[in-house]
Ligand binder design. Sequence first.
Ligand SMILES: [Zn+2]
Ligand SMILES: [Zn+2]
Ligand SMILES: [Zn+2]
Length: 152
Amino acid sequence: MPATPSPAVEDIVEALRARGARVTTPRRLLVECLVRAGGHRTAEELAAEVRSAAPDVHLSTIYRNLEELEHLGVVSHAHLGHGPAMYHLATATHAHLVCRGCGAELEAGPELFADLAREAMARFGFQVEPYHFAVVGSCERCRRALGSDPVP
Ligand SMILES: [Zn+2]
Ligand SMILES: [Zn+2]
Ligand SMILES: [Zn+2]
């Protein structure tokens, strides 16, 4: 653990306190791991990182804290495939395109789903959440390799 936590960690901790949430040691360590990770982590990976600083933290504590941090709007998760959920800071939420051939993960901003979101709302009154599950398909490399879709 770094001696001086990054400002982002302190900002999050402060925001949690402002909302009346308790900031326990496992919870703070979890936030630190997520800030440091920068990308996705499974609950098990986060548990391993938290345990390197606090060996007696149980996996169930990690799951419960992730759930609570999600309710507090600090963390969000996504399902990229058949594997475990991936967690990251809610500020880093983005959409995923996952290749069924090689497993490549592409990240996309909200603009990719702007038309879909508009149409779904206009036609069905339905608000889409395009970030929760990945969109599965075939990446450019795999399509070329299969020759299924000749690239000019
Ligand atoms: Zn989910
Ligand atoms: Zn992602
Ligand atoms: Zn691929």
